[in-house]
Design a protein around this ligand. Structure first.
Ligand code: GDP
Ligand code: MG
Length: 438
């Protein structure tokens, strides 16, 4: 999903102007990419029309880079599709909070139960794990091993007991021991069947859980959504846990589960290790699907702090090698507004690979000194740095109360900065078209 979307957006990024046709073409690609990733077709249809509506309605021409603005809209809508904000675990008014885990066999219920217990334990809670899967061979043992590993008690009555009784007694046990979370690991089947649903409904009725979490294997794509729908009808789910997001998943499940079932994704599991469960953050998932890392937050920063007209002017100057120390000063101000330079560089994809870029660090504390040096230059020197010979450098050092080394270093940095800005502007896109903007 990611690579396909990146292609679409790669084209869009460089656009200085985005027409309705551009948006339509990009959305055709997005539509295909989503369908290919097994996102439910209804979800795709709705998504595409929403993005189009917003993209065309917006005053794209005024934004820093219009192509980026479209990507930004896609990102926001993807986030919205997955629930918008992070959805927290419910808490019972009176402890213990009862969490029932459900899902097909192999989805990751038992593993996730352990991970969730560990997560709660880290927040100073006292969870109890309950072994209510009496069918799968060694399922009880599996939970006990996990419990031992994280030092969380496991309630089990063997595989002859009835799951409903196990759940009920576990709840009593938790109350007696003042444990504040009860996590019930239930049985799964390879496919949804009536007997299983019946049992789960009975367990549900017996303990009246505060959370019914459906554990879904994200690798199963479209099928994950069907499973979620049936479980939701039977058990009134309160949330979904997506597992195996560390694998080669196409991301479709993450995108459609919330939209189709209305159930928020509460957690994401990204590995076999016990601490690989994380609260699910829709905005992070959206960025991951778009495959852009922190690119979008960088765009936001740039949009909010760089004056687009000034940026265009600067780019024009740089292309004609007219970039001067005066511009350098001004640019430093702009960059300073965006935040620490190395942080900005880190956010640019591929920037780490640019040679020599690691050595280029603008120390915020040194900015004052840099300013002093530049202010000690004559107007001519500022505009034509190439005339800065040894005697001029000496004079500037004396005038600014710095050393010749400092002046030399700055001049070197200036050259680097020139290169960097060239790089920066082409990465931000629109470098060539900018000049044509009204
Ligand atoms: P259950 O039948 O639903 O209880 O599933 P299990 O908890 O026994 O997990 C089935 C398999 O999936 C096990 O081999 C787990 O180690 C594996 N598994 C569970 N969650 C994840 C995950 O997030 N990532 C990966 N890579 N494997 C997982
Ligand atoms: Mg299990």
């Amino acid at each position: 999903l990611s690579s396909r979307l990146q292609n679409v957006f790669g084209k869009l990024k460089g656009k200085g102007k985005v027409t309705e046709d551009d948006v339509n073409e990009a959305m055709r690609e997005v539509r295909l990419a989503l369908l290919e990733a097994d996102v439910n077709f209804k979800v795709v249809k709705e998504f595409v029309s929403k993005v189009k509506e917003k993209a065309v309605g917006q005053e794209l021409a005024k934004s820093f880079t219009p192509g980026m603005a479209v990507i930004d809209i896609v990102n926001k809508e993807l986030t919205e599709l997955m629930g918008g904000t992070q959805s927290k675990l419910a808490k019972a008014n009176k402890p213990p909070t009862v969490i029932m885990m459900a899902g097909l066999q192999g989805a990751g219920k038992t593993t996730t139960s352990g991970k969730l217990a560990k997560l709660l334990q880290k927040q100073n809670h006292k969870p109890l794990l309950v072994a209510a899967d009496i069918y799968r061979p060694a399922a009880i043992k599996q939970l006990q091993v996990l419990g031992e590993q994280i030092k969380v008690p496991v309630f089990a009555l063997g595989d002859k007991a009835n799951p409903v009784d196990i759940a009920k007694q576990a709840l009593e046990h938790a109350k007696e021991e003042h444990l504040d979370y009860v996590i019930i690991d239930t049985a799964g089947r390879l496919h949804i069947d009536e007997a299983l649903m019946d049992e789960l409904r009975q367990v549900h009725a017996a303990v009246n859980p505060d959370e019914v979490l459906l554990v879904v294997d994200s690798m199963t794509g479209q099928d994950a959504v069907n499973v979620a729908e049936s479980f939701h009808q039977q058990l009134s789910l309160t949330g979904v846990v997506l597992t195996k997001l560390d694998g080669d998943t196409r991301g479709g499940a993450a995108l459609s589960v919330k939209a189709v079932t209305g159930c928020p994704i509460k957690f994401a599991a990204m590995g076999e290790k016990i601490d690989s469960l994380e609260p699910f953050h829709p905005e992070r998932m959206a960025s991951r699907i778009l495959g852009m890392g922190d690119m979008l937050s960088l765009i936001e920063k740039a949009q909010s702090s760089i004056d687009s007209e000034k940026a265009a002017e600067l780019e024009r100057k740089m292309r004609r090698a007219e970039f001067t120390f005066e511009d350098f000063l001004e640019q430093m101000e702009q960059v300073r507004k965006m935040g620490p330079l190395d942080q900005i560089l880190d956010m640019l994809p591929g920037m780490g690979k640019v040679k020599g870029m690691k050595d280029l660090k603008v120390d915020e504390k040194q900015m004052g000194r840099v300013e002093a040096i530049i202010r000690s230059m004559t107007r001519e020197e500022k505009q034509r740095p190439e005339i800065l010979n040894a005697s001029r450098r000496k004079r500037i050092a004396a005038g600014s109360g710095t050393s010749i080394q400092d002046v030399n270093k700055l001049i070197k940095q200036f050259e680097d900065m020139r290169k960097m800005m060239k790089q920066f502007s082409s990465m931000m896109g629109g470098a060539k078209k900018k000049g044509k903007m009204p």
